[in-house]
Design a protein around this ligand. Structure first.
Ligand SMILES: [Zn+2]
Length: 400
């Protein structure tokens, strides 16, 4: 009732504001009829109605209300979360990868376009790690003026070459002041360069320690074991890639609650779209040889009960196809389909510090929903057949 009064005032005050408010918070609840829900926590719910009020889920229960959307026959899940993407990397008119330089307006539009197709692909929250332009797109999407997922960004990537520990602490503080949601650092070199530790222990401790002190999470690029182990001991939030992690380091991560984000889509994308990148044959061979250890480390992480999140390291050529990561994990690495779905929902939400807001389909959570034609528990390729996408109570895709 209160909201109706407020909306009335807004309509009276400004047509534009009212239109935005209506789109984000309809005056009446939305009823969605479902036959199968995967709730993001491992639960399967049958024949429920989801009632949405404003941006949130009010109830999930059996009911006989006339539905606004009838999603029977589909599988309904919390909107998926990708914890590792590069939103601004895109293909230019000649199908070549662009990750920087060029005109700012081209980069802004390409980043916004990537955000839109990522949302259309079923991902309602992403963490971009990250580029300064992300913030412009994050903020305009958050206002409801452009379609896209909720965006968290690191704005930049911190390297060992950025200075001594004191300089790195200052850089973390500046990154927060610039509006970053998370700190991204490189503890090791890339896969192609061997993945050796590329920051001193003191530098890693300085970055993750200062991030924690200013209330930010820290996600760490780490290919080799030594850099990853130092990051885990330094209290960093998550290890990205982790290609060559030992069981000892994985056990330490399980003990300390460090999140793990192995990525397969990135390797396949580089190989499948090799003409768009500038890799020589030696690098391509190294990327190819990185697939088997990544599948293996995912299996070992599961066996050792590490908290595995869902990240794709999506770059040019991957945006909108983020769900392919599910297929690589389940079909090739033999991840359990329910585990893979929980990685992309409740576990990723927890890793982002948003575990009470997104990633679970239950009363009180944000109304972020994705529905697929087919049940991914039975056929993981169903994740390619996204039919319905809702973010914050607003429908962005519905094609049956
Ligand atoms: Zn990355």
């Amino acid at each position: 009732m209160k909201r109706n009064v407020l909306l009335g005032l807004l309509i009276w005050g400004s047509g534009l504001t009212a239109a935005v408010c209506f789109a984000q918070a309809p005056a009446h609840p939305i009823v969605i009829q479902t036959s199968t829900i995967l709730d993001g926590k491992g639960g399967v719910l049958k024949d429920r109605q989801i009632v949405i009020e404003g941006s949130k889920i009010r109830t999930v229960a059996a009911g006989k209300a006339k539905p606004d959307y009838d999603l029977r026959g589909l599988t309904v899940m919390p909107g998926w979360i990708d914890t590792h993407i590069h939103l601004n990397w895109h293909l230019d008119a000649n199908n070549k990868s662009v990750s920087g330089g060029g005109k700012a307006e081209d980069m802004a539009l390409a980043t916004a376009a990537d955000a839109w197709i990522t949302l259309e692909g079923g991902f309602t929250t992403v963490q971009s790690v990250g580029s300064a332009i992300d913030a412009n797109v994050r903020d305009i999407v958050a206002q409801g003026l452009l379609p896209g997922p909720r965006i968290l960004t690191s704005l930049r990537q911190i390297q060992g070459t950025n200075g001594d520990p004191e300089a790195l602490r200052a850089l973390v503080r500046r990154t927060r002041q610039d509006g970053a949601d998370v700190i991204k650092l490189f503890a090791t070199s890339g896969l192609g360069a061997g993945g050796n530790q590329s920051m001193t222990d003191e530098q890693i401790q300085a970055v993750c320690g200062e991030a924690k002190a200013v209330g930010l999470r820290s996600v760490v690029h780490a290919i080799g074991d030594a850099g990853a182990r130092t990051a885990v001991l330094a209290g960093c939030t998550s290890i990205e890639h982790g290609t060559f992690l030992t069981d000892e380091t994985l056990s330490l991560m399980a003990q300390r609650g460090t999140f793990f984000d192995p990525n397969l889509l990135v390797l396949h994308n580089y190989l499948d779209n090799r003409q768009s990148f500038t890799f020589d044959q030696a690098v391509l061979d190294t990327l190819d040889k990185g697939i088997a250890p990544t599948e293996d480390v995912l299996r070992r992480a599961r066996a050792l009960k590490v908290k595995v999140v869902f990240g794709t390291d999506a770059v040019a050529g991957s945006h909108g196809r983020n769900a392919e990561e599910f297929i690589y994990r389940v079909r090739d690495a033999h991840d359990n389909p329910m585990d893979a779905l929980m990685s992309a929902t409740s576990v990723s939400a927890e890793s982002l510090g948003l575990g009470m807001e997104i990633g679970t389909l239950a009363p009180g959570f944000q109304a972020d929903l994705v529905a697929t034609d087919g049940n991914p528990l039975e056929d993981i390729t169903a994740v390619r057949r996204v039919v319905f996408v809702m973010k914050g109570g607003r429908v962005y895709r519905y094609q049956r």
